[in-house]
Ligand binder design. Structure first.
Ligand code: DC
Length: 224
């Protein structure tokens, strides 16, 4: 039997990680795991309950909150204490909130444990910021997706518009820059490319081309 792999995808916001991870997971019949959604769910809970951003309060929150990713009618949904927050966590505000809570040790430790549990047996396409460096440093294959900031801003703008969220391109691009800066300069598990990652610049290539490149690398990996 062919071993089910752990496929790690990292990169900054708007590089196309979620789109290609979903397609890859479907093609390979693997589970798609969006780790950013887990940080967003914690951020959502912090806002909902007006919890102060400090290690002690967040530790309590992380211990008492159940974060769950579950497939419902073929779609991956995110639940915080049983409530489906999939739609509510997709706003730019929740993106920044997720980035803020993600710098706290207790939050990272809690989610790391959940993420490792979900991926341990393989058969997963897991995307985030630290999958190839921290969550699964021994992942079977690692990709780092990147794109020029202007292109990432445009993509996020269109994505939000398609969800009925109207925000101007300049402020969306600024938010992404702020998040990139915070995510790559924090002390714990910062966004950085693992040495053994395959780097793909998605600025000028289509989603289909990115997926084709990744599938080629994955099948090459099966041969070795
Ligand atoms: O992928 P995303 O935009 O939904 O992620 C939201 C934030 O969560 C991101 O700005 C940083 C944090 N995050 C993280 O620190 N580590 C991950 N593996 C995934 C996301």
């Amino acid at each position: 039997m062919i071993k089910k792999k752990i496929i790690a995808i990292d990169g900054p916001s708007g590089a196309g990680k979620s789109t290609v991870a979903k397609i890859l997971a479907k093609r390979l019949n693997y589970l798609y795991i969006d780790t950013g959604a887990m940080y967003r769910a914690i951020g959502w809970k912090v806002k909902e309950e007006g919890i102060p951003l400090n290690e002690e309060s967040l530790k309590e929150l992380c211990t008492s909150t159940e974060i769950r990713l579950q497939k419902v009618s073929g779609e991956m949904k995110v639940f915080a204490d049983g409530k489906d927050v999939t739609g509510e966590i997709r706003t730019p505000e929740m993106g920044l909130m997720a980035s803020s809570v993600s710098s706290f040790q207790c939050v990272r430790e809690r989610l790391l444990e959940l993420q490792r549990g979900m991926g341990r047996n393989g058969g997963v396409v897991m995307e985030g910021r630290d999958i190839g460096t921290v969550v699964f440093p021994d992942a079977d294959i690692k990709f780092f997706l990147d794109a020029k900031i202007e292109e990432r801003g445009k993509r996020r703008h269109l994505e939000l518009l398609s969800k009925g969220i109207k925000d101007d391109l300049i402020s969306i691009t600024d938010d992404i820059k702020k998040r990139d800066e915070a995510d790559s300069t924090r002390n714990l598990a910062p966004l950085k490319m693992a040495e053994d990652s395959i780097y793909i610049d998605t600025t000028n290539i289509t989603i289909q081309e990115v997926v084709a490149t990744m599938l080629k690398e994955i099948s090459r990996d099966y041969e070795t």
